[in-house]
Design a protein around this ligand. Structure first.
Ligand SMILES: Cc1cc2nc3c(=O)[nH]c(=O)nc-3n(C[C@H](O)[C@H](O)[C@H](O)COP(=O)(O)OP(=O)(O)OC[C@H]3O[C@@H](n4cnc5c(N)ncnc54)[C@H](O)[C@@H]3O)c2cc1C
Length: 1008
């Protein structure tokens, strides 16, 4: 470097542009080789200043000289940018830009790419240069001849200087990149992908191809490339569980090598993708020893790989990095008080540098983790209130309202700014926007009159688009806000659907059968419902079901059904099958109440039993087989071909589909609907891009018990310990279903679930010392009424993935679990399948009426799929999130669920009061009943001592344990029901309900 400057000084008066360009190139190369560690003396500063001054003078004196060619200018720019002192060169860049701009058309690919790269690297977003470059790059097939490195440099340059709106340029870049996907270097690949992410490129096939290459090259990625790749794939929503799983493992290896921004990006990307779980290793085995599973899905990875590096980089984090780390921590459900405290302190020091998004994410994360301190949130509320909120989207507005309401921070200025922002945006709200914003404000008890008026007038125009869930939330919110007229309209909307018969179902479409036969693969909930809905509309339907008969397989679990609109459209009345619950509790493992809600406390959901809907929105619980039976009995005889399994399908020449069955037979269909569940044959054959089973890191064990326990009567309860969770609900009016879940690796889950006896031992050790009746409930469940399985879902499907252009007119579609399998933790799978079935029939009927039988079928499918996937993808994601949360310490936070109609009730305070008064799961044996005790306590009338339980010693006549015949057993009468039946507790703590004649006072035993 010294020699370079000395020579330059000696010959300065003689140099021409070619010499100068050589000097700059050499300078750039030497600087890069010394890792920019050359500029540490006065001689270097003077040498650089002299070189820059001479260059500027030459370019200014004779800017149009023929000697000044594009090549030399590109070299000068490139060398200057690589010098590492670009910012010190000041006006030099303006002079250079003026000289470069008119000559860009003369550049070859490398010169053009280098020039763009250099200006971007120097942080000089010269409009003229970038406009001219974009023009040249988009002319003809200019970019097609660019090698991958040059494509990468151009993409990086334009995205770095914020020229992400150059849609034409990015489209041309995508086309060119698509031709050389496999030739990118690792760095070129990750840089190009992250540039595309910044530009919001939507070319999914290309992005997926790039993500696949990233996966292949992951082992060669350094920390920088890895961070760029993970961030980009998560931002673009490409990459599958396998990619993110491998990336999480690589991130753990590199965790000490990330820059602060790189660390924040990689943590954000892994949390956003939600796939870190696949790398979690639980030490466990399926022997008889207790499996020491202490992990909480993503949280363990976060603790292992990221917590210490985040602590180390805290001082260097900018606002966005801090916010990303906090947000990721919450998404990974990682509750670490020291890290929260450190992040909170760091944020407080620079809150004024946070933009709106950063503050929102930061505050949300702390509230979500239940660790927000009031001082931090007050500062966040003030910071938000001082910013422009009118650019927030509806979900963002709802999120902010939820965050601050949940934390009890009702900052007047903030809520008023939010209300004004929502009021202005309301005219453009979608049905979902309207539901989330009105719910969030009502939930926060912020019933701003002007806002609700604006929301009400928007609601009136959207009313026909509301599905059941939206109706439920909107009705509740406007009821609370006192908009009686709208509530009445909403209730009417709930009751009647245009074109329905008095029974509820849709009218038949004349000529529907001309479409040809619709074959449904799978006779589960979705398939049976689709058959009902399609036959109502007059379509010719055949269902193929693998099982040899309705009862061929044990299908023992219960469902909670919440979609009254779909039931109504199907004409199904579940009143006689409903096993109702009137209260819902969450307990800790020692029985403390963590949350409660329900009808028993004078509000909450009112139950709804189906076609005779009273507009009440109450849920129904029933065995899956009972619902399936109700559906199948509505189908015309011989519609279902039992014992018939679809093997494969292919399109026929006439637009239909030819089906091959596993018995070798074939059949023709005008349309094939895959309702064949999570392991769908139809979906597998569609070979959808990026499709794979996603193991969510959990085992679920199911059981059904006939034993009677007071806590299980007409009640749902769940008990959590931060890792394991049990959910207990009525199966029928005389039996109870439980669902126990805990984290495990896929291998452990598979091994453990092979043998229910081993599984039972494992769960009894896990929950054996939990509050009663959990141990007794588990013990009382016969092995043949138990089953276990690893929990899977699949990536959320995009409509374009399900129906790519190459298959745009395919007469094949999916619904139910085949289209959108989800974890069972939000109890939504069957509800979604029922709604899909009605939607399919409605859309087909509408399109066939409009376009005729054949064109109508083809036109209907993309419309149906778009609507179905838009609705169901929310629940897939929410179910996955809930799966995660329920198995972490987050589940232990008191009051996470509350009585939503009880505006005056402070749930946290109520829970503290209940704990202080010793009211817990064991209060279920109180003669007044648990709900009455809780209701009395929260209404303030608590001090009255509980009446002495009339624990009458008795003999009860019953079949118990493994005995085959009834006998007299010792017990105590806990309670006498209104019917006269007695609740008897046996000496092992379990209970039974016996008729009066079967109970005798202990003293007067007599022969029965
Ligand atoms: C423990 C548990 C609790 C749940 N709780 C709830 C709840 O409370 N609320 C709720 O809404 N959802 C719940 N779900 C989810 C719900 O059960 C499913 O989402 C729903 O059953 C999906 O219906 P489906 O028809 O799409 O698939 P499935 O019910 O799986 O039916 C698929 C059918 O296709 C058949 N089949 C498969 N392959 C072929 C083939 N090649 N040819 C012919 N037939 C084939 C199968 O035999 C099966 O009968 C729960 C799930 C579980 C596991």
């Amino acid at each position: 470097m010294t020699a370079l400057f000395q020579n330059f000084k000696r010959y300065e008066s003689l140099v021409n542009v070619v010499h100068l360009s050589c000097c700059w190139s050499t300078l750039g190369r030497l600087a890069a080789a010394s890792e920019q560690d050359w500029f540490n003396d006065n001689a270097s500063a003077a040498g650089l200043a002299a070189l820059a001054a001479k260059t500027a003078a030459m370019l200014t004196e004779n800017p149009t000289s023929g000697d000044i060619r594009a090549r030399e200018l590109a070299n000068i720019a490139h060398g200057a940018a690589k010098s590492g002192r670009a910012a010190a060169l000041g006006d030099f860049w303006t002079v250079l830009a003026n000289a470069v701009e008119p000559r860009l058309g003369e550049c070859n690919a490398q010169e053009l790419a280098n020039t763009c790269w250099a200006f971007a690297k120097a942080g000089v977003a010269h409009e003229g240069v970038f406009n001219a470059a974009a023009r040249v790059l988009c002319t003809g097939a200019s970019l097609d001849s660019f090698p991958p490195q040059e494509l990468c440099n151009v993409a990086w340059a334009f995205s770095s200087v914020g020229r992400v709106d150059d849609k034409r340029l990015f489209a041309a870049l995508c086309r060119a990149a698509g031709r050389s996907v496999e030739s990118f270097t690792t760095q070129g690949l990750t840089t190009t992908l992250s540039s595309f992410a910044k530009a919001g490129v939507t070319d999914l096939p290309l992005l997926r191809a790039l993500a696949t290459q990233v996966h292949r090259k992951l082992a060669q990625c350094n920390a920088h490339d890895l961070a760029a790749a993970v961030w980009a794939c998560a931002k673009l929503g490409v990459g599958d569980a396998a990619l993110f799983g491998a990336a999480a493992a690589a991130a753990e290896r590199h965790s000490d090598r990330f820059t602060p921004a790189g660390l924040a990006n990689v943590v954000w990307g892994l949390a956003k993708s939600g796939h870190c779980a696949s790398t979690v290793s639980c030490q466990s085995d399926c022997s008889n020893r207790l499996t020491p599973l202490t992990i909480a899905v993503d949280s363990q990875l976060f603790a292992r790989a990221f917590e210490q590096p985040i602590h180390r980089h805290l001082a260097a984090f900018n606002a966005q990095d801090l916010s990303s780390c906090a947000w990721s921590m919450a998404k990974a459900t990682h509750v670490s008080p020291p890290l929260c405290e450190a992040l909170s302190r760091a944020a407080r020091d620079c809150l004024e540098t946070f933009n709106t998004q950063d503050v929102m994410n930061f505050a949300w994360a702390f509230v979500k983790l239940g660790v927000a301190d009031a001082e931090l949130l007050t500062s966040c509320a003030a910071a938000l209130a001082s910013q422009r909120l009118d650019e927030l989207s509806a979900p963002q507005i709802a999120n902010v309202a939820w965050t601050f309401a949940t934390a009890g921070q009702m900052d007047t200025a903030l809520f008023s700014s939010l209300a004004r922002a929502a009021q202005t945006a309301a005219v453009d709200f979608t049905a979902d926007d309207l539901a989330s914003v009105s719910w969030a404000f009502a939930n926060a008890n912020q019933l701003d009159e002007r806002l609700f008026k604006a929301l009400a007038s928007r609601a009136a125009t959207l009313i026909d688009e509301f599905d059941e869930e939206v109706l439920d939330n909107v009705e509740w919110a406007f009821h609370k806000a006192g908009h009686r007229a709208l509530v009445k309209q909403l209730r009417q909307r709930r009751k009647g659907r245009a074109g329905t018969e008095p029974g509820g179902q849709q009218l038949a479409l004349p000529g529907a059968s001309k479409c040809g036969r619709i074959v449904i693969a799978g006779g589960g909930i979705g398939g049976a419902a689709a058959a009902v809905a399609l036959q109502h509309r007059g379509f010719d339907v055949q269902v193929l079901e693998t099982d040899s008969s309705f009862d061929a397989r044990k299908q023992g679990y219960g469902l909670t059904v919440q979609c009254a609109d779909a039931l109504q459209a199907l004409g199904i009345d579940l009143a006689q099958d409903d096993a109702p619950s009137t209260s819902h509790y969450t307990f800790s493992a020692d029985g403390h109440i963590l949350a409660f809600f329900g009808e028993a406390f004078g509000g909450g959901k009112v139950r709804d039993t189906g076609a005779n809907d009273t507009g009440s929105g109450r849920f129904v619980h029933l065995p899956r087989q009972a619902l399936r039976h109700r559906l199948l009995e509505k189908i015309a005889p011989n519609t279902v071909r039992w014992g018939t399994k679809l093997r494969s399908f292919e399109p026929t020449g006439n637009g239909g589909v030819s089906l091959t069955l596993t018995d070798g037979n074939t059949m023709e269909a005008a349309l094939l609907v895959g309702c064949d569940g999570i392991f769908s044959t139809v979906r597998r054959q569609l070979a959808l891009a990026g499709d794979a089973l996603n193991y969510v890191g959990l085992v679920v064990v199911l059981g059904i018990s006939d034993a009677v326990f007071p806590l299980c009567e007409r009640r749902i309860f769940e008990t959590v310990d931060g890792t394991t969770r049990i959910y207990v609900m009525p199966f029928t009016t005389t039996s109870t279903m439980w669902q126990l879940s805990f984290p495990a690796t896929e291998e452990v889950a598979r091994n453990l679930t092979k043998d229910v006896a081993v599984l039972k031992k494992d769960i009894l050790r896990r929950c054996g010392d939990w509050h009663e009746p959990i141990p007794s409930l588990l013990r009382s469940t016969p092995l043949e009424c138990m089953s276990g399985y690893p929990v899977y879902d699949r990536p959320v499907l995009e409509p374009e993935t399900l129906r790519p252009l190459s298959r745009s007119d395919a007469r094949v579609t999916l619904l139910g679990d085949a289209a959108h399998p989800m974890t069972p933790f939000k109890a939504q799978g069957a509800n979604q399948a029922l709604r899909d079935a009605v939607l399919l029939a409605d859309t087909l009927a509408e399109c066939v009426a409009q376009h005729g039988p054949q064109a109508g079928l083809v036109a209907a499918l993309p419309v149906f799929e778009r609507k179905m996937l838009r609705r169901s993808s929310r629940t897939v994601i929410a179910s996955r999130d809930k799966a995660k949360q329920l198995h972490t310490r987050l589940a232990l936070q008191p009051g996470r669920k509350g009585q939503r109609d009880a505006a005056d009730l402070n749930v946290s305070e109520a829970i503290q009061t209940l704990q202080a008064r010793g009211i817990s799961a064991s209060s279920a044996t109180d003669p007044r009943g648990l709900d009455a005790v809780v209701a009395k306590c929260i209404s303030g009338g608590v001090d009255e001592p509980a009446p002495e339980a009339q624990l009458e010693p008795c003999w009860g006549w019953a079949v118990r344990d493994d005995a085959e015949e009834a006998a007299w057993h010792k017990g105590t009468v806990l309670r006498i029901r209104k019917s006269g039946k007695m609740v008897v507790q046996w000496q092992d703590g379990s209970t039974a309900i016996l008729a009066e004649d079967f109970v005798q006072p202990r003293a007067k035993k007599r022969k029965h």
